[in-house]
Design a binder for this molecule. Structure first.
Ligand code: ZN
Ligand code: ZN
Length: 849
């Protein structure tokens, strides 16, 4: 087993392909009677670039689970998929083609080009995923742009429409005026923006003025009402000749901000009050609304149902409903309905509107504030709320929202949200989410099946496309089934794919498309910052596989506490490489010592094994038990730390040391040496299988080195052999091992003091407990020294250890000091045991004297 991991991995990938390891792993389980199935349904990544570490974290976690389940005996086919439509590809392509106006594009031709663009990145990402050692049906993935898939998108849309879930309506939606399309909740990101905050006086009946507060002056032309909080007191505040109506709780702040002085002259009864638009000839309704807050503004909110969701809902509750005015075009410019600022972009118009209000002497206050404002996820420009005709999915139809929450609860009862906080996250979002806007005004996607043909037909939200993968993939592919056992994606998908999959599935199938949802965090740099080009801290998975090998990347994933954000830096990579080397060197050492061992003929029966060997077999069973339990509960961090710890600890720092003399110096066929090999064989066999789901390449290499003709991915996981457990023995040994720790410490002291050079030069004088007297002959090996002399009886002062120089001479072969070195004339340099071994080798002609 040579290091050079990156190159050896490449060769191994070719071998896996040639041997059809994935196909075999699936078929064998299918053929095996009584195999249970485990379907992990792949959430499709977006096909528009090279893979980053987030992809690696996601797909490697999936692969560890699929490999684990397969080796645990499950039928676990894995069908990868790609999300191929949508704005990101469309925008990248427009940039490439130097197109700026989507209206001037030949739709058919553009879609052909987009298809080729997506197809190119599907190929690139497929290669990059395969390089990470991810097994799956890479030749038959699912693509959301495939004709078959698109048919299911349309069918599902139509089914939902037929059942009354889908409707067309005019409602305010997030609108990107740059990309000229509606956006869904999941497609906006909040950023802090500066913006105006103004108080405007609306003329009311009886000479008073109602003071409203808004941060979007451009929505004033669409104003049709004023909302007040029915649970609050409203008063008239007299300042000079004018009487202003506002909430009593806001008077003090109002006076401070506006500089207006005066006094409250009495209560104002909001019920039945009326007002007029400040410059448009329009009666304005005054309406009660619980959402009007008292911590800011004036306690009166201007209502424009065409530009706000709460406004819209309030408007719909009225009889008759309030008109939905939205005098803004696709590019965010005022239409001719607003002659004052016609053609002007609404954000550019803001200061002009403020000036205009000032000129009319109705602007009472104006300041710039910073507020959290929604932005387009693609172009990062601030979006506007704008009422347009769109297709929506009604989340309250037939009690859908309740049913969604019930499903979420049901999954929670089966501990299906991993980590558990996922449940509250998605439930909270479902509780408050608005209807789902399903239509987009873009080019690259599946056209909405509409009865009226349009010149520029709407396409379906890409989140709907991936959201119906349970219908297009799980229910269609004969090798899969619905619902899936697991969906596994980043924690942001509670808002995205988990939700957009759950909604149509519960609506049409009455159940969630998944039984378990496992989420992971995001990848950060060593200091916990997001990786970004501007920070210069980006590490790509390709860089790691090229420099260190994919198994290091896989070990990183397995060593991570994936429920939270996961860090990676050069420093962390170094630590991972050290751990990797620990495991690899341990495997190599064991394998090298098994080269002349045939377990079927030479294994030593358990009853003939020395106690220390039985101790090792007991420890191995404990490892197997704990590692399997950790795999079963998806605690891969525990799996990897147990396995690395076992290699670096009990094996390398103890057991392998203790048996070294037996392995190297006892006669090849001696019982003592064969006993050690019997244990090594059991350990290495189990260890490789336990490592296989994580270090797919290294484990396979070691497995084949053992003489196996096919991949370890086709093997079964080890099981605990209870007959090898002996707790009484382990308890006895616990005391001796504690004693060993103390002895090693003393030897180290003697070494630093220059008394001895190596443990082999040492003779230990020690008082041991009477019950440990049976182990005296084993102590030199356990302590790694040449001699141990027991001082009978333990005094009250406890353990007494004395380090001396060993007696006799050093054997040139085994380096142990013995009194019988040189007793055999033919081999004057070596001890009696070694002389016997050499005699034997000489007799059989293996060496010459
Ligand atoms: Zn945009
Ligand atoms: Zn010797």
């Amino acid at each position: 087993m040579k290091a050079d991991l990156p190159n050896r991995e490449q060769a191994m990938l070719a071998q896996w392909e040639k041997e059809a390891v994935y196909e075999q792993s699936v078929r064998r389980r299918l053929d095996r009677k009584g195999s249970r199935q485990f379907i992990l349904h792949d959430g499709p990544p977006y096909a528009n670039g090279h893979l980053h570490l987030g992809h690696a974290l996601n797909k490697i976690l999936k692969d560890i689970i699929v490999r684990y389940k397969t080796m645990a005996g499950y039928y676990a086919p894995y069908v990868p998929g790609w999300d191929c439509h949508g704005l990101p590809i469309e925008l990248q392509l427009m940039k490439e083609l130097k197109v700026t106006d989507k209206h001037k594009v030949d739709r058919t031709q553009f879609r052909e080009q987009a298809k080729a663009f997506a197809g190119k990145f599907v190929d690139i990402q497929r290669q990059e995923f395969k390089r990470m050692g991810i097994l799956g049906d890479w030749e038959n993935p699912y693509l959301t742009m495939d004709e078959g898939y698109k048919r299911v998108i349309v069918e599902t849309f139509e089914k939902l429409e037929k059942e009354g879930y889908v409707y067309r309506g005019k409602k305010p939606v997030y609108w990107c005026y740059v990309d000229e399309t509606a956006l869904a909740e999941a497609e906006v990101e909040y950023e802090n923006d500066p913006g105006p905050s103004i108080f405007v006086a609306f003329p009311g009946a009886g000479g008073v003025e109602l003071v409203i507060w808004t941060t979007t002056p451009w929505t004033l032309p669409a104003n049709v009402a004023i909302a007040y909080n029915p649970n609050e007191r409203y008063v008239v505040f007299n300042a000079g000749k004018r009487g202003f109506v506002l909430a009593e709780k806001r008077v003090e702040e109002f006076s401070k901000l506006t500089g207006l002085t005066g006094n409250i002259t009495g209560d104002f009864n909001m019920q039945g009050a009326s007002a007029r638009h400040p410059w448009i000839d329009r009666q304005v309704k005054v309406l009660p609304a619980d959402f009007v807050a008292m911590d800011t503004g004036t306690g009166l909110v201007h209502i424009a149902p065409g530009h706000g969701m709460e406004d819209f809902v309030l408007g719909q509750q009225q009889k008759p409903a309030l008109p939905i005015l939205s005098p803004v075009d696709d590019r965010g410019r005022f239409t001719e309905e607003v002659p004052e600022w016609k053609g002007e972009h609404v954000f550019k118009a803001n200061p002009h509107i403020v000036e205009f209000l000032m000129g009319k002497n109705i602007l009472l206050h104006h300041e710039e504030i910073t507020h959290s404002y929604p932005h387009c996820w693609r172009c990062h420009k601030p979006v506007i709320f704008r009422a347009t005709e769109q297709w929506f999915l009604n989340v309250d139809h037939k009690g859908l929202r309740r049913r969604l929450l019930d499903e979420i609860e049901k999954i929670d009862k089966n501990k299906g949200w991993i980590p558990g906080y996922g449940k509250n996250r998605i439930a909270g979002m479902i509780e408050t989410r608005p209807d789902w806007c399903l239509s987009r005004q873009r080019l690259w996607g599946t056209e909405i099946p509409a009865s009226v043909p349009q010149k520029e037909p709407d396409i379906i939200d890409v989140w709907f496309e991936s959201g119906v993968s349970w219908a297009a993939v799980l229910k269609r592919r004969p090798e899969l089934s619905f619902p899936a056992d697991m969906y596994l994606e980043g924690a942001d998908q509670h808002r995205g794919w988990f939700q957009t999959s759950l909604i149509p599935s519960v609506a049409l199938e009455g159940q969630a498309p998944f039984k378990t949802v496992l989420t992971h965090g995001f990848v950060m740099d060593g200091e916990g910052r997001p990786m970004s080009k501007s920070l210069g801290n980006v590490i790509s998975p390709g860089e790691i596989t090229k420099k260190f090998g994919a198994d290091i990347l896989r070990l990183w994933v397995a060593s991570s506490d994936y429920g939270a954000d996961v860090r990676l830096s050069q420093e962390i990579l170094k630590g991972l490489s050290d751990n990797y080397r620990k495991v690899r060197n341990t495997l190599r050492y064991m394998l090298n010592n098994l080269s002349d061992f045939d377990a079927t003929r030479q294994a030593v029966p358990y009853k003939d094994l020395p106690e220390i060997d039985r101790w090792a077999l007991h420890r191995l069973q404990e490892e197997i038990r704990d590692v399997l339990a950790a795999y079963e509960t998806y605690q891969f961090q525990r799996v990897s730390s147990r396995l690395v710890g076992f290699c670096g600890g009990d094996l390398s720092s103890f057991y392998l040391d203790v048996i070294k003399d037996r392995l190297y110096c006892d006669a090849a066929g001696s019982l003592s040496r064969r006993a050690a090999q019997t244990v090594l064989c059991a350990v290495v066999d189990a260890l490789i299988r336990l490592l296989a789901p994580i270090m797919g390449f290294t484990a396979d290499e070691a497995w084949r080195f053992m003489g196996h003709k096919e991949s370890v991915a086709l093997a079964d996981l080890p099981v605990v052999d209870n007959s090898l457990l002996d707790s009484a023995l382990v308890d006895r040994w616990k005391k001796l091992l504690d004693c060993r720790e103390s002895v090693l410490l003393e030897i180290e002291k003697a070494r630093t003091a220059g008394l001895v050079k190596a443990p082999r030069d040492v003779k230990v004088l020690i008082n041991i407990r009477p019950e440990d007297m049976d182990y005296v002959s084993l102590l030199p090996a356990i302590f790694g020294v040449s001699q141990v002399e027991v001082k009978q009886g333990r005094s009250s002062s406890g353990l007494e250890i004395e380090i001396k120089k060993a007696d006799g001479h050093k054997c040139a072969r085994c380096w142990i000091y013995k009194n019988d070195v040189g007793t055999n004339n033919r081999w004057p340099e070596v001890c009696g045991r070694c002389a016997d071994v050499l005699e034997d080798l000489a007799r059989t002609g293996k060496i010459t004297a």
